[in-house]
Write a protein that binds this ligand. Structure first.
Ligand code: ZN
Ligand code: ZN
Length: 111
């Protein structure tokens, strides 16, 4: 007996979002990156997930691909196969490449 799982939107391409959603995303991400308040961070991430429409996020945290290429993939920060571009220093969000970029052109330090 097979189980059909519901359709999921686990990633969204930033470049395909409407301009007003992009600017809201940028503003919320900027705040999330710099807040020192954990409750505020959670609230910002919840809002970010809501406006991007991504579902199935495991730890209420999403990221935009930090690759130097023009990839704008937004994805679950806990997804498998991500590659660290830069360790967080003085900000909250990890700088990670999406799985596609990790496959195509990994950058930064190796795990
Ligand atoms: Zn990418
Ligand atoms: Zn890339």
């Amino acid at each position: 007996m097979s189980v059909i799982s519901p359709a999921r939107t686990t990633t969204v391409d930033y470049n395909t979002l409407p301009a007003n959603t992009q600017s809201a995303f940028d503003r919320l991400m900027e705040q999330a990156d710099h807040t020192a308040n954990a409750a505020e961070y959670e609230a910002l991430m919840t809002a970010l997930i809501a406006i991007t429409g991504i579902t199935g996020v495991r730890y209420n945290e999403i990221l935009k691909c930090a690759c130097p290429c023009d990839c704008g993939l937004i994805f679950d920060a806990d997804a498998p196969g991500l590659h660290t571009v830069e360790d967080p220093q003085g900000y909250n969000l990890g700088r990670l490449q999406c799985p596609q970029c990790t496959d195509d052109h990994p950058t930064g330090h190796a795990e």
